[in-house]
Design a protein. Structure first.
Length: 342
C-alpha cells in the first residue's frame, strides 16, 4: 500500500473490510457513506461537532472472515467552519499503515493503536450504549446482563434493589425497547425508578428514537417536574426525549420550560444545548433560549461556553450569527453578546 491514502474510507476499502461510521459526540448517529466521504474531503462541515472535534466510531470487519468486528473510536479537530482538518486524518492514516500495514483485522492489530493521539475511550455510558446498538445492528444477542435488567424493570426485584443492575444491561434494555415487552415494562416502571437508575437510563435513551406513546408519558412527567422544580427528573426526561420520533412533543416540552421558573437553571440549559440542539435550528426558539442563558446568574461562564458550542453546529450557526444583528433583543442578551466580543 504505497500509494497515498486520501480518506479513511479508502484505507478501509483497500484493506478489504466492510465498515460503517457513526458520530458519537452527541447522539450515536450513523453517518451514511456518501456523507462521510464528503466530510472526509472537507466538502461539507461535520454535522455534530463537540468541543472543536469530530467524535467518530468506525466499525469494520474482514469481508471474508466471520470474525467479530473491530471498532476505532477517533477524534479529529475541526476548523472554525466545522470542517475536518484533513492533515490530522492523514497523520492518523499514516500511523495506521505504519503500525498495521494492509492487515487491519489480523491478530497483530490488537493494541497497536493504543497510544495513537487520535484514539479515545468514550465514557462508560456512551460505550455501553454503542455496544448495545452494535449488537442490535448485527442481530447478535444482548450481553449477559440483559435478562437480569429486564427482571429489574419488570418490578419483580423491587426498584430499590438497583445496586446489582449493570450499566451494560441498562443499555441493552434501552436499545431494545421494541422487543420483549420492554417498552410496556419501562412505562410502568418509570415513575418509580430511583435517580441512580434514571440517570444512566436517560443517558442510553438519548440515542433511541422512542415512540410517541412514551414521549407523551414523559411529557406529562416532565410537566410535573417543572411544577415541582425537580431539575434532575426534568433533565432525565429531556434526555430521554431528545431523539424521539415525535420531536413536536420534545419541542412542546422545551417551550414549556422557557415559560417556567426553572428556565434559567444551568443543568436545564446545558441539557437543551447538548441534547435537544436540533430544536434550536428554529430562530425564534434559539432567540428565547439564548436570552434565558443571558439571564443565568453565572453568565460569565455559561453564556460563552453555550454560544461556542452551538455556533459550531452547522445547522444552528447561521441563526445564531443572525441573532448578533437582530434589533429587538433584550438589554441583557445584548450585553451578553457584547461581552463575547469585548
Amino acid at each position: 500500500m504505497t500509494e497515498q491514502i486520501a480518506t479513511l474510507g479508502q484505507l478501509l476499502d483497500g484493506a478489504g473490510t466492510n465498515w460503517r461510521a457513526f458520530d458519537i459526540g452527541r447522539h450515536i448517529t450513523k453517518l451514511d457513506k456518501k456523507q462521510f466521504l464528503a466530510i472526509e474531503q472537507a466538502q461539507i462541515p461535520y454535522p455534530f461537532p463537540l468541543a472543536g472535534h469530530a467524535w467518530l466510531a468506525i466499525q469494520f470487519w474482514d469481508s471474508k472472515a466471520s470474525s467479530e468486528p473491530y471498532v476505532w473510536f477517533l477524534k479529529f479537530p475541526v476548523d472554525e467552519q466545522s470542517k475536518l482538518i484533513c492533515a490530522s486524518r492523514d497523520h492518523f492514516a499514516n500511523m495506521v499503515i505504519e503500525a498495521l500495514g494492509n492487515d487491519l483485522t489480523g491478530e497483530q492489530a490488537d493494541g497497536k493503536l493504543d497510544n495513537n493521539p487520535y484514539v479515545f475511550t468514550p465514557n462508560a455510558n456512551k460505550l455501553a450504549a454503542f455496544n448495545a446498538q452494535l449488537k442490535v445492528l448485527l442481530k447478535q444477542p444482548a450481553s449477559q446482563y440483559y435478562e437480569y435488567t429486564q427482571l429489574y424493570f419488570s418490578g419483580k426485584l423491587g426498584f430499590d434493589n438497583w445496586q446489582s443492575v449493570a450499566v451494560q444491561g441498562i443499555a441493552d434494555f434501552a436499545l431494545r425497547l421494541d422487543s420483549d415487552k420492554n417498552l410496556a415494562s419501562l412505562q410502568q416502571a418509570w415513575e418509580q425508578l430511583p435517580a441512580e437508575v434514571l440517570q444512566p437510563l436517560s443517558a442510553m435513551l438519548e440515542h433511541v428514537e422512542i415512540p410517541p406513546v412514551f414521549s407523551q408519558q414523559l411529557l406529562s412527567y416532565a410537566q410535573q417536574a417543572i411544577a415541582q422544580k425537580d431539575t434532575l427528573a426534568l433533565c432525565c426526561a429531556l434526555r430521554a426525549m431528545s431523539k424521539a420520533q415525535a420531536q413536536t412533543l420534545t419541542a412542546q416540552l422545551v417551550d414549556t420550560i422557557f415559560d417556567s421558573e426553572i428556565a434559567t437553571e444551568s443543568d436545564v440549559l446545558l441539557t437543551i444545548a447538548g441534547r435537544c440542539f436540533n430544536l434550536l435550528t428554529d430562530p425564534e426558539r434559539l432567540h428565547i433560549f439564548m436570552d434565558n442563558c443571558a439571564h443565568h446568574q453565572q453568565i460569565e461562564e455559561l453564556f460563552p461556553s453555550i454560544f461556542a458550542d452551538l455556533v459550531a453546529i452547522p445547522s444552528i450557526r447561521p441563526h445564531l450569527l443572525g441573532l448578533l444583528r437582530k434589533e429587538n433583543r433584550s438589554e441583557t442578551l445584548a450585553r451578553a453578546i457584547g461581552r463575547l466580543f469585548s
